[in-house]
Ligand binder design. Structure first.
Ligand code: ZN
Length: 269
């Protein structure tokens, strides 16, 4: 068996591992930031929705108060006209108009009351939320129970946390960007070599990595595949020790002797 081919693919995995270990310095920060930003967006949407309701209430209130004012003006003028009415028919007609305007006022007032009730209800819910918070009963608080000020504080805190994590991540990225760029270049070159010299192994490597596996080539560790811990049959050990490879029956990874990884590391240095 041509063992140089396997050495080439081990070196590819070795470079991949180096990049991965640098990326792991980011300690899950990208995921943490994404989660914080999701919470941030959710909180912002809640605040925005409340603001919209408040604005709608305000607009409706202004419109209703305007309508009431107009009705009252009309009633005033109808009443003045009544004093000048020439007969009962004219007087009664004006009375009907006044009655109509009074009904309009009553209807507007009911709508104004509805708005006040809705606002009062919202405030009551928030008050309940505040009580639950003071008792640490957070899991019982519904979205609408969250007090306005707590919501704003939450928005501020989340945005502060997200920014801190981003700064942390940025500094890690800046520290490692040169090394990662260099390694990616090396990885590209190595791929070209493997593609030329051991195309079938590279296809297998890419196929394994296209799934959920991070590492396609692994070391034999205590007679087992170190990718999935499945034992490697004894009759394959000699081949592996000699520098060959074994395809794990369980996970499909390429299992090699750890010496090959040491050699790949030495080659890089
Ligand atoms: Zn395995």
């Amino acid at each position: 068996m041509d063992h140089t081919k396997i050495n080439l693919i081990v070196r590819l995995q070795h470079i991949d591992n180096l990049i991965e270990s640098i990326m792991s310095l980011q300690k899950g920060l990208p995921e943490e930031i994404a989660a914080l930003e999701e919470d941030l967006a959710f909180t912002a949407r809640q605040i925005e929705a409340r603001k919209k309701i408040a604005e709608e209430h305000q607009k409706l209130r202004e419109r209703l108060n305007g309508a009431i004012h107009d009705c009252k003006e009309k009633i005033k003028s109808f009443k003045e006209k009544q004093t000048l009415a020439r007969n009962n028919k004219e007087y009664d007609a004006l009375s009907k108009q006044i009655e109509y305007e009074e009904k309009e006022i009553a209807s507007s007032e009911i709508q104004l009351q509805d708005i006040s009730h809705a606002e009062h209800h919202a405030q009551e819910l928030q008050k309940k939320g505040r009580d639950l918070i003071s008792e640490n009963r957070y899991d019982e608080i519904s979205e609408e129970m969250m007090p306005d000020d707590v919501l704003h504080q939450q928005l501020e805190d989340l945005s502060k946390q997200a920014n801190q994590k981003k700064e942390e991540l940025d500094s890690i990225v800046i520290e490692t960007v040169e090394e990662v760029t260099q390694l990616r270049k090396t990885l590209g070159t190595q791929r070209e070599v493997v593609a030329r010299e051991a195309k079938r192994l590279l296809d297998k490597y890419d196929h394994l990595k296209s799934g959920t596996l991070q590492n396609a080539v692994v070391k034999l560790d205590r007679h087992a595949c170190s990718g999935c811990n499945t034992r490697v049959p004894t009759n394959r050990h000699t081949l592996i020790v000699q520098g060959g490879f074994y395809v794990c029956e369980s996970c499909g990874r390429i299992v090699v002797h750890e010496r090959l990884f040491d050699e790949a590391a030495a080659e890089k240095a």
